[in-house]
Ligand binder design. Structure first.
Ligand code: BGC
Length: 801
C-alpha cells in the first residue's frame, strides 16, 4: 500500500479526539502517540547551532540542563562563512546528533532579518540581507533533511525584536514584507524544501503570525506551495481554531488537552469542517512517518570528529576587520600577553532556547598556550559585567609592559545577548574600553579579539593594530582564534551585517524597538547596507567586508541575464579563500529601490598566484521587485548594473545590461513617496509611511482604560493598579536575588514581556482558561471575585481529573 493510502486509512480510523489531539504537543517536546494505531510520538528539539535535548525538566529558555551535544558556531557566526556547502554539512552533522538522540524535527535554522543591531536574538540569525539568509537557510535545511529528519525554519515572520515579542504588532508594508522579511523563508521553503516551519510569536499587521490567513494560507501554502507542517512557536498559539484554519498544524507545547477540546468544539459547532482537521492531520502523519526511519536508525556519532567540524566552521567564519602593517599573523615565539576575561571564559554561544551543553569547550587562552607563541601571562583585566576594577586593570598593564604584543579579548557578556531581551546599546562596556585605551598607551602592538553575536560600535579601533572578530565561535572557537592569530588558518569570513559608526546611523534606530503596541517598520526596504548605500552614508565596516592574509584581484566580468562570469586571482603569498559578491542595481528606475542588492555570491579557495573563473547564476528574483498592485513579483524594464567584488563597498567590476522586463504602471508616485525615493527614511513622517502601509496607522500606545485581557503583557498591566502592579513588583523584587544566576535573571526580565495567555499556553495544563479568567478578573481589580472564580475553576478541574 502506498504511503498516502496508509495515511488515508489511519485518518479514517482515528477518532475526532485523536485527530484534534495530534494537533498539539503531548508534552514540551513531543507530539502525541496513538499506540492502538501504531502512531509513534515524534520529538522536536532546539536548534539551531546544535542540539538542546532536554531529558529532565523542560523549558523554552534554556534554563534547565540538556544532554551534551556539539556546540557549533551560532548562526551569526556561521553566516560569515558564506559557505553554503559547509552550512549543509553543518546541518547534516547536527542531524546525525539529532537522530542519535531520537529527535525527528530540529528547530532551526533561525533566519529572521537583522533589522536592527540591538535585537537581542541577532546572534541566532544569519544576516541583514534576505538573499544571503535565505540561501544559507536552504543549505542548512538540505543538510538536516538529507539525513531523513525535518528542519524547522523559524520564526515566520517579522520577529525582529525581543521586547514584547509575544504581543507586539509588526507594521510593515506589503512590498517590504515580501522583499525583505519573507524572502529568506521563501528560499527556505522552495529551495530548502523545508518539511516544517515555525510561526513566530508576534502579530504582523494586526494578525498573530500563527493565525494569519495572509501569511499562512495565501503566501506559504498557496503561493509557495508549502505542503509540510506549520508549528507554532512555543506558546505562540492564541486562538487555536483560527490558527488551524489559517494553516497551522501543530501547537507546541502541550496545553493539557485544552486546545484539543477547542478544536473538537469548533467541529461540533460547525465553525470548521472535519475535512480541514483531516488535512492538517494528514500532514502531521506524513511528517511523523517520514522521519521515523532515520530516528530508528540513529547511531552514536564521534564527539571528537564533530568537535573538529565545529572548529572548521569557526575557522571559516571569523572575520579579520583590521590588520595594520600586517601585524597578524604572529610569528612563532612572539612574546604575547593574553588579557581580557573572555580569553579564559569564552563567550561562545548566546543565551535562551538555543543554548547547548557542549561536549567540550576550548578557551582561546588554552589554545594560545598550546600554540608556538610565547605566552607571558594572563590577566582578566576587567570585570566581565561592567564593574570597574583598578586592581585588575593595573595588573593587566603590568603584564602588557613585560610583553611584545598584547592580545586583548573583549566582548559582550552573556546577559547582554539573550533571547527575550533586546540590547540597550551598541557600545562595549566602559571598563573594557578604558582598559583598551590604557593598554594602547603602553604597548603599540595591540591586537583585539572580539566576542559577541551582533555588531558593537568600535570608536576605539584607531588605537589597535589588529581587530579579529571571533563572533560566537562555538565550543572549538578558542582553537580557531589561536590558529587564525598564528596564521595556521588564513581568515576568510566576511561580515553578513553592517557595522555602523554610531547606533544613530542605522535606519531603524528611531523606530526600534516598538515599545508598547506596535513596531513600525518605517524605513521600509532600507535595512542594513541598503540604507547606507541609498543614504550615501559610510558604514564603519561594510556588509560583505573581511580581510585575509593574502590578496585577491578581480578581472574580466561578462554578465548577461542568466548570470555572470569573472576571474579572481590570488595575488598574495598564501593560500586563501575569497568570498566574491555580486550586486544588482537599477541605473535609472521608475520605482524607489535600494541602490543595489546582493543577488549572488561564491566562496572559492585559491593557491598563491592561482586564478579561477567564477560563474554566478542569477535566479528569477535577481531583477525583480514585488508589485503590490499586481500582487506579484515583476521586473521593471531598463538598464541594470551588475557589480562584482570583495564587499558591498568595494565592487571593482561593473557591467550594464538592458533588461526587457514586464512594463506596466508602478505603484508609487515620486510626489507621494519623496523620502522612499531619496532614501531619507531615518525620520520618516507618519503620513508617508501610512501611505506606504495603505491604511491608517494604529495607535502605538497602551490605553490605561482598556481591560486587561489574555493578550495584555505583564508589563502593560503594571500600569493598572492591582494584580498587574503586584506581579510587576514581585518580578522586580526577585531580580536582585537572581543577580548571580544569569539564566534566571534574564528569564525573569523577559517574563515581564509575556502576556497573561502564557499562563495557559506555557504551563502544560497546570492553569486552564477558566482559571485564567479568574486571574484576569483579579488583574482588573476585582480581586475577591477573581479569586473565587479561580478557586471554583481549579476545584472543577480537579474533580474532572
Ligand atoms: C523560541 C524558539 C524555540 C522554542 C522552543 C521559543 O521561545 O522562540 O526559537 O524553538 O522556544 O524552545
Amino acid at each position: 500500500m502506498s504511503d498516502e493510502n496508509v495515511i488515508t486509512e489511519l485518518v479514517e480510523k482515528m477518532t475526532l479526539e485523536e485527530k484534534a489531539g495530534l494537533c498539539s504537543g503531548d508534552d514540551y517536546w513531543h507530539t502525541k502517540g496513538i499506540p492502538r494505531l501504531g502512531i509513534k510520538r515524534a520529538m522536536l528539539t532546539d536548534g539551531p547551532h546544535g542540539l538542546r535535548r532536554q531529558v529532565g525538566k523542560a523549558d523554552h529558555l534554556g534554563l534547565n540542563q540538556s544532554v551534551p551535544s556539539t556546540c557549533y558556531p551560532a548562526g551569526a557566526t556561521a553566516a560569515n562563512s558564506w559557505d553554503t556547502e559547509l552550512i549543509t554539512q553543518m546541518g547534516s552533522w547536527i542531524a546525525e546528533e539529532a537522530a542519535a538522540e531520537g529527535v525527528s524535527v530540529v528547530l532551526g535554522p533561525a533566519l529572521n532579518i537583522k533589522r536592527n543591531p540591538l535585537c537581542g536574538r541577532n546572534f541566532e540569525y544569519y544576516s541583514e540581507d534576505p538573499f544571503l539568509s535565505g540561501k544559507l537557510a536552504a543549505a542548512y535545511i538540505r543538510g538536516i533533511q538529507a539525513k531523513g529528519l525535518a528542519a524547522c525554519p523559524k520564526h515566520f515572520a517579522v520577529n525582529n525584536q525581543e521586547r514584547l515579542r509575544m504581543v507586539i504588532d509588526a507594521l510593515v508594508d506589503e512590498r517590504t514584507l515580501r522583499e525583505i522579511y519573507l524572502l529568506p523563508f521563501e528560499y527556505a521553503v522552495k529551495e530548502g524544501g523545508a518539511k516544517t516551519i515555525m510561526t513566530s510569536y508576534n502579530r504582523v499587521n494586526g494578525e498573530y503570525a500563527t493565525e494569519s490567513p495572509h501569511l499562512l494560507e495565501e503566501i506559504l501554502h498557496r503561493e509557495w506551495g508549502f505542503s509540510g507542517v506549520v508549528i507554532s512557536d512555543w506558546g505562540a498559539s492564541n486562538d487555536r481554531v483560527s490558527g488551524l484554519k489559517a494553516g497551522n498544524h501543530l501547537e507546541m507545547p502541550s496545553t493539557g488537552g485544552e486546545s484539543d477540546e477547542e478544536i473538537i468544539q469548533a467541529i461540533r459547532s460547525g465553525r470548521i469542517g472535519e475535512e480541514l482537521l483531516d488535512q492538517r492531520v494528514r500532514a502531521l502523519l506524513r511528517l511523523i512517518r517520514e522521519t521515523a526511519p532515520a530516528v530508528e536508525e540513529g547511531r552514536d556519532y564521534s564527539r571528537e570528529e564533530h568537535h573538529r567540524h565545529a572548529q572548521e566552521i569557526a575557522e571559516k567564519s571569523m572575520v579579520l576587520l583590521k590588520n595594520n602593517g600586517s601585524i597578524l599573523p604572529l610569528a612563532p615565539g612572539t612574546r604575547c600577553a593574553v588579557i581580557g576575561d573572555f580569553a579564559e571564559t569564552p563567550r561562545y554561544q548566546g543565551a535562551g532556547s538555543s543554548i547547548i551543553n557542549p561536549t567540550r569547550l576550548i578557551s582561546p587562552l588554552e589554545a594560545l598556550k598550546a600554540s608556538e607563541l610565547e605566552i607571558t601571562g594572563y590577566e582578566p583585566g576587567f570585570h566581565r559585567f561592567g564593574k570597574r576594577s583598578e586592581r585588575k586593570k593595573e595588573r593587566a598593564l603590568a603584564l602588557a609592559r613585560r610583553s611584545d604584543t598584547v592580545l586583548l579579548f573583549l566582548g559582550l557578556d552573556e546577559s547582554t545577548e539573550a533571547e527575550g531581551l533586546d540590547r540597550e546599546k551598541m557600545a562595549l562596556p566602559e571598563n573594557q574600553i578604558d582598559l583598551l585605551r590604557a593598554l594602547s598607551r603602553i604597548n603599540r602592538r595591540l591586537v583585539v579579539v572580539l566576542a559577541g553575536g551582533a555588531p558593537v560600535t568600535t570608536p576605539w579601533d584607531a588605537e589597535v593594530q589588529a581587530l579579529l572578530h571571533g563572533y560566537l565561535g562555538g565550543q572549538a572557537g578558542g582553537a580557531a582564534i589561536a590558529r587564525i592569530l598564528t596564521g595556521e588558518v588564513n581568515p576568510s569570513g566576511k561580515l553578513a551585517e553592517t557595522y555602523p559608526h554610531r547606533y544613530e546611523d542605522i535606519a531603524s534606530s528611531a523606530y526600534f524597538p516598538g515599545r508598547e503596541k506596535t513596531v513600525e517598520h518605517r524605513e521600509g526596504l532600507y535595512v542594513g547596507y541598503r540604507y547606507f548605500d541609498k543614504a550615501g552614508s559610510a558604514p564603519k565596516y561594510p556588509f560583505g567586508y573581511g580581510l585575509s592574509y593574502t590578496s585577491f584581484a578581480y578581472s574580466d566580468l561578462k554578465a548577461d541575464q542568466p548570470g555572470a562570469e569573472f576571474f579572481v586571482t590570488n595575488t598574495g603569498k598564501r593560500r586563501g579563500a575569497e568570498i566574491c559578491q555580486l550586486y544588482i542595481g537599477a541605473e535609472e528606475s521608475r520605482l524607489f529601490r535600494p541602490e543595489r542588492e546582493l543577488k549572488g555570491f561564491a566562496r572559492i579557495e585559491l593557491e598563491p598566484g592561482e586564478a579561477k573563473r567564477v560563474r554566478i547564476d542569477l535566479d528569477d528574483k535577481a531583477f525583480a521587485y514585488y508589485n503590490t498592485a499586481a500582487k506579484s513579483w515583476m521586473v521593471d524594464p531598463g538598464r541594470y548594473q551588475i557589480a562584482v567584488g570583495p564587499s558591498s563597498r568595494d565592487l571593482p567590476l561593473r557591467e550594464s545590461l538592458t533588461i526587457l522586463g514586464d512594463g506596466g504602471p508602478v505603484p508609487y508616485s515620486r510626489k507621494l513617496f519623496p523620502s522612499y525615493y531619496s532614501g531619507n527614511v531615518a525620520n520618516m513622517e507618519s503620513a508617508e509611511f501610512q501611505r506606504l502601509l495603505g491604511r491608517p496607522l494604529p495607535d502605538p500606545h497602551w490605553d490605561p482604560a482598556e481591560r486587561i485581557g489574555a493578550n495584555t503583557s505583564i508589563l502593560e498591566s503594571a500600569g493598572h493598579k492591582g494584580l498587574g502592579a503586584f506581579l510587576y513588583g514581585l518580578i522586580r523584587f526577585l531580580q536582585p536575588f537572581c543577580r548571580y544566576n544569569l539564566k534566571k535573571s534574564t528569564a525573569l526580565q523577559a517574563s515581564l514581556f509575556m502576556p497573561y495567555r502564557s499562563l495557559v499556553k506555557m504551563t502544560q495544563g497546570l492553569i486552564n482558561t477558566p482559571m485564567l479568567e479568574g486571574i484576569l478578573t483579579m488583574a482588573n481589580r476585582r480581586f475577591f471575585k477573581g479569586t473565587a472564580q479561580f478557586v471554583r475553576a481549579w476545584k472543577k478541574r480537579r474533580r474532572e481529573q
